[in-house]
Design a protein around this ligand. Structure first.
Ligand code: SAM
Length: 263
């Protein structure tokens, strides 16, 4: 008997399976795999993206935590292409090592478990030099925050941290009905392209994290108040900023300048 995807979706693993063929096609069109691309999928689930990707590209690597999905997914994939399935928590996967094992930088894709999306994003950023690009489905609200500019209500730590290191492009809005079970919120697909080292102007990552975290820790406060323990008004002015500004008014380049000046 063939193995089947007969277990109910597991909420704690963020399992909302995509079934809308039109959305799947749009994602694969956006990814546009080229021969030789090393595509690594996070959370293949029942193969909604994986199987059409194999049809198109012939091979892929996928990282899935849920053991119950391994056998049916392996069987479903066998007729479609070469799937290398890794049964691990993606947070434990060293993408730099994986890229080395696969022979070069990787392209990440995934309809991410929403409860883990920020940790996965930051984990991927830690390995940005081994990653060519990422195409992720996330909650639309998270994508809005990632892509926001200063002055927007949703501009915050996530916007600044991601935009300092990546080009962020929202691509496709996806309604709840495209998934089973349907999530309560809208989703969106975003493309992230890590900047080459020559374009990254952050000098000290840890210092940058500290400045951004403190500035947005109390987002209604002025830089003067929020950054009291981190840097003084002279440093704020030297970065071309006014101490009376609030974090949400400061562009990404302003935070980078401030962290670089006061490191
Ligand atoms: N890609 C499939 C689709 O589009 O229908 C499934 C997407 S579902 C939103 C998220 C997938 O991530 C599930 O298959 C879930 O089991 C898997 N997952 C959840 N936590 C994970 C983790 N820590 N590491 C790897 N996979 C995980």
């Amino acid at each position: 008997m063939n193995a089947r995807f007969d277990k109910p979706a597991k909420k704690h693993l963020g399992q909302n399976f995509l079934h809308e063929r039109g959305v799947i096609d749009k994602i694969l069109l956006a990814v546009n795999p080229k021969p030789g691309d090393r595509i690594v999928e996070i959370g293949p689930g029942q193969g909604a993206l994986t199987l059409p990707l194999l049809d198109l590209h012939g091979e892929a690597t996928a990282i899935e935590f849920d053991r119950d999905l391994l056998l049916p997914l392996t069987e479903a994939a066998s007729a479609r292409g070469k799937l290398d399935l890794i049964n691990r928590d993606v947070m434990q996967v060293d993408f730099t090592e994986l890229a080395r094992a696969l022979g070069g930088p990787i392209r990440l894709i995934g309809n991410l478990p929403y409860n883990l999306s920020s940790p996965i994003l930051f984990h991927a950023l830690d390995h940005a030099t081994s990653i060519i690009d990422m195409h992720f489905m996330l909650q639309k609200e998270v994508v809005d925050r990632m892509a926001a500019s200063e002055g927007s209500k949703v501009y915050g730590r996530l916007s600044v941290m991601l935009q300092a290191y990546c080009k962020v492009t929202p691509l496709i809005k996806v309604p709840p009905g495209a998934f089973r079970p349907a999530p309560k919120v809208d989703s969106a697909v975003v493309r992230l392209v890590p900047k080459p080292a020559s374009e990254i102007t952050v000098r000290d990552h840890a210092r940058f994290v500290e400045v951004v975290r403190s500035a947005f820790g109390q987002r209604r406060k002025t830089l003067h108040n929020a950054l009291k323990d981190v840097c003084n008004d002279d440093a704020i002015r030297a970065a071309g900023l006014e101490p009376q500004l609030r974090a949400e008014q400061v562009p990404v380049a302003g935070f980078i300048a401030l962290a670089n000046i006061s490191d």
